[in-house]
Ligand binder design. Structure first.
Ligand code: 6SG
Length: 210
């Protein structure tokens, strides 16, 4: 039995970066898939501190909020920078990814028909801060911060992969980001996970839009 358990809907959504990180770090986990019928019944929702999934267990330790889960695992598996300043820069980057993820979720779940064109038009502006961060770190040849992968890299690469599905070729305007995404996605353990049925069978989002 694995020490880590993820309770989530049968989607990639807010657990994709967590799963990518665990897979790439050679960690095992159990997926407890929560179908809508079970969720609508209400008991599990009432037991979740914010009334939402994902729920995460590290042994008996229970945690909610996808970014808190990423950070907990980052502290445990040394994916949170080399010092306080690197950690702060990673927090900055990850908060930027969160802002983008919220806009993406609003598009997918609320405004897909009316807002898609404007969202796609604005992608280059959304990418620019991350391209700038990369450029400032060894000319973009490494990761967001330093020369070691971090929790924020998994979160950013997952988000950018979703944007590539929404608007194929959208990363072409930011060549450093594009090369970085390709580099991270070609890491052997991560690549094997992304090619697995466990990953491929899950839709990106819960409403079939992408
Ligand atoms: C939705 O928003 O999947 N959690 C979601 N929705 C159910 O009753 N800040 C936190 C975090 O970072 C945000 C949590 C997040 O962890 S994720 C949740 O719990 C609720 O509020 C996106 C997602 N949506 C799919 C979905 C869940 C319920 C209705 C739509 C799955 C798809 C259709 C049915 C089941 Fe469905």
């Amino acid at each position: 039995m694995s020490v880590y358990t993820i309770f989530y809907f049968p989607v990639r959504g807010r657990c994709s970066a967590v799963r990518m990180m665990l897979a790439d770090q050679g960690q095992d986990w159990t997926d407890e898939v929560i179908k809508m019928e079970q969720w609508s019944e209400g008991t599990l929702k009432k037991s979740c501190i914010f009334g939402q999934l994902p729920k995460f267990q590290d042994g008996n330790f229970v945690l909610f909020q996808s970014n808190a889960i990423l950070r907990h695992l980052a502290r445990k598996h040394d994916l949170y920078g080399l010092d306080n300043k690197e950690a702060a820069l990673l927090d900055m980057a990850n908060d930027g990814v969160e802002d983008l993820r919220v806009k993406y979720a609003i598009l997918i779940y609320k405004e897909y028909e009316t807002g898609k064109e404007a969202f796609i038009k604005n992608i280059p502006a959304e990418l620019k801060p991350f391209e700038t961060m990369l450029a400032k770190n060894n000319g973009g040849k490494d990761f967001l911060v330093g020369n070691k992968i971090s929790f924020a890299d998994y979160n950013l690469v997952d988000m950018l992969s979703n944007l590539e599905v929404l608007s194929p070729g959208c990363l072409n305007v930011t060549p450093l980001l594009k090369a970085y995404v390709d580099r991270v996605l070609s890491r052997p353990k991560l690549k094997a996970y992304l090619e697995s049925d466990a990953h491929k069978k899950l839709p990106i989002n819960g409403n079939g839009k992408q």
